[in-house]
Ligand binder design. Structure first.
Ligand code: TYD
Length: 135
């Protein structure tokens, strides 16, 4: 099973302001089929609480910070994202929760699939049952 990892994106440092970028299949191991963003998160809220059967994602804290907790049922990993040039790569099949959002956090997500409600597993017991059917 592929493991989640932090990917450092290119940084073009400039007195006029810095710039970072990401290219599919070069900086991240998938082709981008969708982007979405999360904003106006009220203090104390948590998001996620699901796994994707097929979709891979890169999550970037464009502004502010938050934590991403990941588990595959055996291993649990926590990543704190707080820099716009770090992306968290999440392979398919990991259960994720996001919390500890700072005020005015702005999250960008790049995904390998179009939106598909059928790709979600939103119940942890169903997730562990599904995991057992995977290699
Ligand atoms: P969800 O993925 O559950 O949000 P999070 O993981 O951040 O808590 O999505 C919330 C709602 O938005 C859900 O009803 C599905 C809808 N949605 C789309 O319609 N298209 C999308 O690309 C995404 C990511 C979500």
């Amino acid at each position: 099973m592929k493991k989640p990892e932090i990917i450092q994106l290119p940084r073009v440092l400039d007195n006029r302001g810095n710039l970072s970028f990401v290219e599919q299949s070069r900086h991240i191991p998938f082709e981008i089929r969708r982007t979405y963003w999360i904003y106006d998160v009220p203090g104390g809220e948590a998001r996620g609480g699901h796994a994707f059967k097929r979709s891979e994602e890169l999550i970037i804290a464009l502004s502010g910070s938050f934590d991403v907790k990941l588990t595959n049922g055996e291993e649990t990993l926590t990543f704190s994202l707080n820099r716009s040039y770090y992306g968290l790569y999440i392979p398919a099949g990991w259960w994720r929760t996001m919390d500890n959002f700072s005020t005015n956090s702005f999250t960008l997500v790049l995904a390998s699939t179009p939106y598909d409600a059928e790709d979600y597993i939103r119940n942890f017991e169903q997730y562990t049952a599904w995991k057992k059917t995977q290699n």
